[in-house]
Design a binder for this molecule. Structure first.
Ligand SMILES: Cc1cc2nc3c(=O)[nH]c(=O)nc-3n(C[C@H](O)[C@H](O)[C@H](O)COP(=O)(O)OP(=O)(O)OC[C@H]3O[C@@H](n4cnc5c(N)ncnc54)[C@H](O)[C@@H]3O)c2cc1C
Length: 333
């Protein structure tokens, strides 16, 4: 990603947050003001201060990422054109993180560099054509976005509370070490770790992985969904309060139209299904690059597990039972 692209897509580039940037922008505005000439006058005021030197991107806290994303409105239009050529395959490929199955347009939607109306109109037209099932499925995803915005508009309390208020009684675990392992992508569950490292490295996470990783935090580690929501808010380039809150409450089963509380993703079977040869896992978890296919989703079962990769931080079957008890207690409360 180029430096210019970073400026466009970094969600927290707000001049009032960054003293160095704010000072440079104020100086630039002043210089522009001093240079404004009345008709017939010389264009440069004698009192004009020297041109300010812009801060480096590192000064306000930007770090390079791996994300390759065409930036600005032209970039958004290009990405959409490219996606239209493969929209017919969307339904079949969208759940496989190793493939370029989704549009990657979420940062553009978040920053308004593509028009939701244009996307929805084009998807609708495509969906009416023969082989329009992919476009229809994609239109359905755009509608999820609108749905969560509608929820937030009518229920602003969801920003702090469970949408289903009875679940505010859920007793979450305090587990700072497990939370740190999840954030760093060192839980010992390869797909969860690859997902978290994708987020750290690129500022984006594939939707299937958002679901798996969020479910793991809440239902395997027993950690309050609000902590995961905050971490995503801090890291995602496409961060959007409504979609993020909706996604987290969906995964935690506390939301409106969420998955039922007893539906608990198994991080191993999800990996077997959606990354069967571990191509995505190997891309983001180099410690597992040489692991044979049959062990890639559960490397702890190898006679000698790879050095440097942690064993599972929790037992999934036991964690599942704890979660069922946690929800039963809240529902009975
Ligand atoms: C726990 C969790 C947190 C999430 N946080 C965010 C977030 O902060 N910002 C965000 O834009 N999306 C979020 N999502 C939704 C989804 O993961 C991303 O929109 C998707 O990964 C973006 O990739 P894409 O543009 O290639 O999607 P595509 O599959 O190409 O979908 C097109 C567009 O539809 C919308 N969309 C797709 N899926 C969803 C969904 N489940 N909910 C709402 N809108 C959707 C997005 O605007 C997306 O760009 C979250 C999902 C979960 C489960």
């Amino acid at each position: 990603m180029t430096a210019g692209a970073l400026v466009w897509f970094r969600r927290d580039l707000r001049d009032f947050d960054h003293a160095a940037l704010a000072a440079a922008l104020r100086a630039a505005a002043l210089a522009e003001h001093d240079c404004a000439a009345a008709p017939g006058q010389l264009a440069v005021s004698a009192a004009a201060p020297p041109a300010p030197s812009l801060p480096t991107l590192a000064e306000p806290g930007f770090r390079p990422t791996d994300l390759r994303l065409p930036a600005g409105m032209s970039g958004g239009a290009r990405l959409f054109d490219e996606f239209l050529a493969r929209i017919g395959r969307y339904r079949a490929t969208r759940d496989f993180p190793a493939l370029a199955g989704t549009s990657g347009l979420s940062p553009h939607l978040r920053f308004g560099t593509v028009s939701i109306r244009r996307l929805a109109a084009a998807a609708h037209v495509e969906s009416l054509l023969p082989h329009g099932a992919g476009a229809a499925a994609w239109l359905g995803e755009l509608i999820w976005r609108e749905f969560y915005q509608m929820i937030l508009w009518h229920r602003p309390d969801v920003a702090e509370h469970c949408c289903r208020r009875e679940y505010d009684a859920l007793a979450w675990d305090e587990a700072p070490e497990l939370f740190a392992a999840w954030r760093a992508g060192r839980t010992g569950y390869p797909l969860v770790d690859a997902a978290q490292r994708q987020l750290l490295r690129t500022g984006w996470m594939h939707n299937r992985l958002c679901m798996v990783s969020a479910s793991f935090l809440v239902k395997d580690l027993g950690i309050d969904w609000r902590l995961g929501e905050r971490h995503f808010a801090d890291r995602l380039l496409d961060y959007d309060l409504a979609a993020n809150n909706g996604g987290w409450q969906w995964a935690a089963s506390t939301g409106c139209d969420a998955q039922p509380y007893f539906r608990i993703f198994n991080p191993v079977t999800q990996a077997e299904k959606f990354d069967p040869q571990g191509r995505f896992i190997r891309r983001y978890v180099p410690e597992l690059a040489e692991v044979p296919d049959r062990f890639i989703h559960a490397p702890w079962k190898m006679p000698s597990p790879p050095a440097g990769y942690p064993p599972p931080c929790v037992d999934h079957a036991q964690a599942r039972e704890r979660t069922l008890r946690r929800f039963a207690a809240a529902r009975g409360a």
